[in-house]
Design a protein around this ligand. Sequence first.
Ligand code: ARG
Length: 370
Amino acid sequence: MNQPAVRVNSWNEWDPLREIVVGVADNACFEPSEPGYRPALRDTDAPFPTGPKPAEMIDRANAQLDGLAAVLEAQGVTVRRPDAIDLRSALRTPTFEVDNQYCVVCPRDVMITLGNEIVEASMSRRARYFEYQAYRTLVYEYWNADPNMVWTVAPKPTMADSMYRQDFWDWPLAERHARMHESEFCVTQDEVVFDAADMNRFGRDIVVQESMTTNRAGIRWLKRHLEPRGFRVHPVHFPLDFFPSHIDCTFVPLRPGLILTNPERPLREGEEQMFLGNDWELVDVPQPTSTNEEMPRYCQSSKWLSMNVLSISPTKVVCEEREKPLQDLLDKLGFEVVPVPFRDVFEYGGSLHCATWDVNREGTAEDYFP
Ligand code: ARG
């Protein structure tokens, strides 16, 4: 008798990759200003552009996304793409309105595979509330083909004005500094809020960052949902990141025993113990090749997109083409580096790890922190 296929299986960020989703830039818009986000230009007070992105910009990003897909396929990985859903019209729900959606370039932010389970995150921003729809064709395919696949949709928050703390955006730097240990950002604690990209997967252990996009209620929901299923959920904090969102430019595990860390964003004191106490090494990455000011004009992420690398296996890592200092470090640490040009994707919210969502890697639920 034929065994039904296992389609969904991924327990960590590094095991040999079998199937992955790479985002698409079609229909992308500039991210709108909203209570959970205030995009801004770095060099002027001029307003941030609104509405659909110009075709030429979308084509450039798609060329690099297709390039990544081709590189992964050449490595024997099955590459899937989301549906290019319409993002350009205004949304109106019972609790909020927004002028347009954003993009489906960063599946990592929305979708996460935890073993045989796919979780659609609650999300934190209005313009990203319905982004899960771009992945539903794929999710149904996996769900229909794999009888062991578990499909979970996190509670959707209201995203009403009252869910947000709008004055957060006006806090002066000194206030951010004074409040850095409070972990209070632009969302309140009243509703369950999390983006999938605030998590790192380490087999049985899930590390989750408290941030602008993941609040304590969100972490509580993840704990109550996942711990009865055999996971342990560990909240972490990077107090010097005053605008934290998504852990993959801050804390990047590459193989059992090794995590790349951000030299400007140390862990909260005491939180490194779980790793060091189990003989994991935390290795600071070198400075990126661009300063924040030199990042692409509409890019809202920091220069640390440099460390947003994607593992093909515990010995092979995809790294942005220009990041030579990081490539040299990876080489010294014993990795084969696959360089890929990706800077035209940066203004869509991320780099190589953000723009992907691994659905299938070899391996099982190891316990790395016994
Ligand atoms: N907030 C991060 C930084 O600017 C960017 C995170 C991007 N990650 C992602 N999954 N979209 O350093």
